[in-house]
Design a protein around this ligand. Sequence first.
Ligand SMILES: *Cc1c(COP(=O)(O)O)cnc(C)c1O
Length: 444
Amino acid sequence: MTTVDLSEIPAPAGELSVWPASTTRLPHGDLAVGGVSLTEVAERFDTPVYVLDEGEVRGRCRTYRDAFPDAEVLYAAKAFLSRAMVRWVEEEGLGLDVCSAGELELAVTAGFPPERIVLHGNAKSPRDIEAALRLGVGRIVIDSPSEIARIAAAVGPEGRQKVMVRVVPGVSAGGHDKIRTGTEDQKFGLSLTDGSAQDAVARILGQPQLELTGLHCHIGSQITEVEPYLVAVRRMVGLLAGIRDAHGVVLPELDMGGGHGIGYRPGEAALDLTALARGLRAELGAGCAAAGLSVPRLVIEPGRAVVGPAGVAVYRVLAVKRTGEKVFVAVDGGLSDNPRPALYGVRYAPRLIGRHCAAGARTATVVGRHCEAGDVLAADVELPGDVHPGDLLAVPVAGAYQLSMASGYNMVGRPPVVSVHEGTSRVLLRRETLDDFRNRDIGR
Ligand SMILES: *Cc1c(COP(=O)(O)O)cnc(C)c1O
């Protein structure tokens, strides 16, 4: 028997496995997404440019609806939001999870039904609460004890607002420390183990202006295993039973948050949604039966898994530099359009597009153009040995938490977002220009 080095076996899925399903190869090393050539997008709209495949977003919404036919699926707007995105999500029958008055107002003014929106936030401002009540959001998720009286007072004696409580179930999961939110050592939620969740529930039940519809938890992000969700469900069902015993109230909803992991590079694991749906249904059914509870309606809140794989970032190479052993390929974007590598150490798989390469591959580090040594887009990736200024590099899985976290660093300006669908392209968000920076600079 011979031993096989697993790292030498090519991933079963092809090199385009993390690209949108609509991706096709064109002549001269070009790729088309949504039936539109990426090099044409780069020429027409300039670089850097973000391409968003409408069909992929809609398809992913449908996958969720099919996998969770009895659940309420809320798209987590913080992953990426624009008016077109609001419309697609609405048309595909999902609800929306927002975490600020800004996201909320954008969604409602773009026509999203407010009763299908849930407002989150560990520190809601007076403006957030005012906007939520004025626009009539479906539910507000209470994340700290002080919010209870504040929201009740803002609702006023005549009103009644549906709320949930964000619980920390004590489950550690997620792709990086900064995106683990299921344990006591981070800022979100109310603890199950120290009794703050139970206290909050008792206080909410004592407020006639608040209607407690259920419990919420969100244990982390970029989770690729089903098991942590099942542990969390068990603890949440335990709390539902405790609430029934203490108050005689059976809460009708259980929101298990999002965090469903996706692959960023070929061969990387993604969370199996069918397995998650099956597991959640079984665990919830068994737990509720054992506790003598009727099964609450399940709510889930995917963000990344809906929009991440639908986005592709296209950059132009500005400089190639060799320093010692390393080759640096510098592109015309970086930290200000994608802070994720710097924040979480995420790895991407950029690809040269738009020309045939005769040269063999070599290891290079793709860096951005910002004045920050940590502005690294993709460390130690394989690129053709003859990469040179003027080449185009495309980065797949660029749809989530990139532009929504983009900044004005170095006044480079945020790139445009171009949606592609069935062979046509249109601009959803235009490029941020120097005039945009100048317009808000009103001092002298
Ligand atoms: C961020 C967040 C989500 C979405 O997380 P993803 O990892 O994008 O699926 C869902 N719910 C809450 C409360 C969140 O904070």
